[in-house]
Ligand binder design. Structure first.
Ligand SMILES: Cc1cc2nc3c(=O)[nH]c(=O)nc-3n(C[C@H](O)[C@H](O)[C@H](O)COP(=O)(O)OP(=O)(O)OC[C@H]3O[C@@H](n4cnc5c(N)ncnc54)[C@H](O)[C@@H]3O)c2cc1C
Length: 422
């Protein structure tokens, strides 16, 4: 086995991992490992290293095969890393973080669309309009999500990180005071004092290390990308509660409309709603959705299903893990999409990790540094849970229905659990 030494290894080149690589790559030897190939955006092709990689590698840097945004016609299985990425609203508060990562100019030129108003039929009574223009941080954006991820990856490479995509299977261990990633495919061992899990809900390193992940809510998101329609000029985010779950719909920069329904994994209706006509028929019963949805579609559109509930790593077990290990973004804390907080958290937790990793350069103890990071993440989690509890207690018209009753009960239990472990 050949050995390569790095200052930091980051696994997962989603928003969290790429943002951290941007921050660390200018001053450190950073390896960024990603299982999925880069995708095309705006006619350009992002580059990564395939196969071999070392800090001084002269390995061929080759254009990587790109899969166009699968969107409306994808028939890939749910677990595929090539699923269209969901998570397309970014709050205005992210502007400061994008600036810190040196990405703001590129971001503003990338064709993401400023958010319009939100209309929600959540609490009882009439639908409510909220205009984001009144938000002191600005309205935020609807993202071209694939472009956003690809731009972040390119920025990480430009900052000096070595990106290996299509990285294949790997195994993580800690031995003799360093973290090691063994890649069977290339017979290589990568070593570093810092190892970061940025693999999203997969939490792949944490799982290998045996760190428990608590899934609070087996929420499933069914979502479909409806093809652009000339009559659809609506630029609002539409959210509403239903008897057994909740909906959102928005037009994304490509012109496609995302339609998403969130329900329990064991809901008897789940299977039927994986057929688009059934999903559309149910959605059209909602006043805030009926006017913007087509009655029928004459093209095949896949309804994807993916887990979407709150989940978090066990912070007590994390604190006991050898120092130098961090979990950022969804890998550490996954939010219910109703919070619309995941993308911001991905960037913010990357920034926090970058700061504490930099603190070790000026002699701060590595264990102390990690404790500070975990304390911050615990505070984020506690705040989120309080807000989520308030959100799910809103639609009292569905109080007697299982979806809502279970969440109210679970959230009050979770609240005391968080307090006990804090
Ligand atoms: C239905 C739904 C709707 C959402 N809507 C919103 C929204 O409107 N606004 C918002 O802010 N957030 C939203 N989110 C959340 C948001 O999408 C996530 O919080 C965000 O993508 C997290 O970024 P990340 O980098 O942590 O993880 P990810 O984006 O999941 O990236 C993880 C990366 O790691 C890679 N990876 C995984 N396993 C491995 C492995 N074994 N080896 C190597 N690489 C690996 C993946 O290929 C991927 O590139 C939504 C989420 C869901 C489920």
């Amino acid at each position: 086995m050949r050995v390569a030494d790095w200052d930091a290894i980051i696994v997962g080149a989603g928003p969290a991992g790429s943002a951290l690589a941007c921050r660390l790559g200018t001053q450190r030897r950073v390896l960024l490992l990603e299982r999925a190939a880069l995708r095309v955006h705006g006619g350009r092709v992002a580059h990564g290293v395939r196969g071999d990689a070392s800090p001084s590698s002269d390995a061929e840097v080759s254009p990587v095969i790109v899969a166009p945004f699968a969107g409306a016609t994808s028939s890939l299985p749910t677990a595929s890393p090539f699923l269209p990425r969901i998570g397309e609203s970014l709050p205005g508060a992210a502007r400061v973080l994008l600036q810190r990562f040196g990405l703001l100019e590129r971001f503003l030129a990338a064709g993401h669309v400023e958010r319009g108003a939100t209309v929600s039929h959540w609490d009882d009574g009439e639908p409510v309009w909220f205009d984001h223009l009144r938000d002191p941080s600005g309205p935020g954006w609807h993202l071209d999500r694939n472009r956003f991820d690809a731009d972040l990856r390119e920025a990480a490479i430009a900052a000096g990180a070595v990106l290996v995509d299509g990285c294949g299977p790997w195994h993580a261990t800690h031995a003799d005071g360093v973290w090691q990633i063994e890649r069977q495919a290339t017979a290589q061992i990568h070593r570093a004092p810092v190892l970061v899990d940025a693999t999203g809900r997969n939490a792949a390193i944490a799982r290998q290390l045996g760190i428990p992940r608590r899934v609070d809510d087996e929420l499933i998101c069914l979502h479909a990308y409806l093809p652009p329609c000339a009559d659809d000029e609506d630029d609002c985010t539409r959210v509403c509660a239903d008897r057994n779950g909740w909906w959102y719909s928005v037009r994304v920069p490509s012109g496609q409309r995302v339609l998403a329904f969130h329900l329990d994994a064991d809901d008897a209706e789940l299977h039927a709603l994986r057929s688009l006509p059934n999903l559309l028929a149910k959605a059209r019963q909602q006043v805030v959705l009926a006017d913007v949805l087509p009655v029928t579609l004459d093209v095949d559109v896949v309804v994807h299903a993916r887990p979407a509930g709150s989940a978090m790593l066990d912070f007590v077990a994390l604190a006991r893990t050898a120092s130098g290990f961090f979990a950022i973004g969804d890998a550490g804390l996954s939010f219910d999409p109703i919070a619309s907080q995941g993308m911001f958290h991905a960037l913010a937790s990357a920034e926090s990790a970058a700061k504490v990793i930099a603190a070790t350069d000026i002699g701060t103890d590595a264990a102390e540094v990690r404790a500070a990071f975990l304390a911050e993440q615990s505070a984020v989690s506690a705040h989120y849970r309080r807000r989520l509890q308030g959100t799910y207690s809103g639609p009292s018209r569905y109080r007697g229905h299982r979806f809502w009753a279970m969440r109210r009960a679970a959230e009050s239990g979770t609240e005391s659990g968080v307090a006990a472990s804090a």
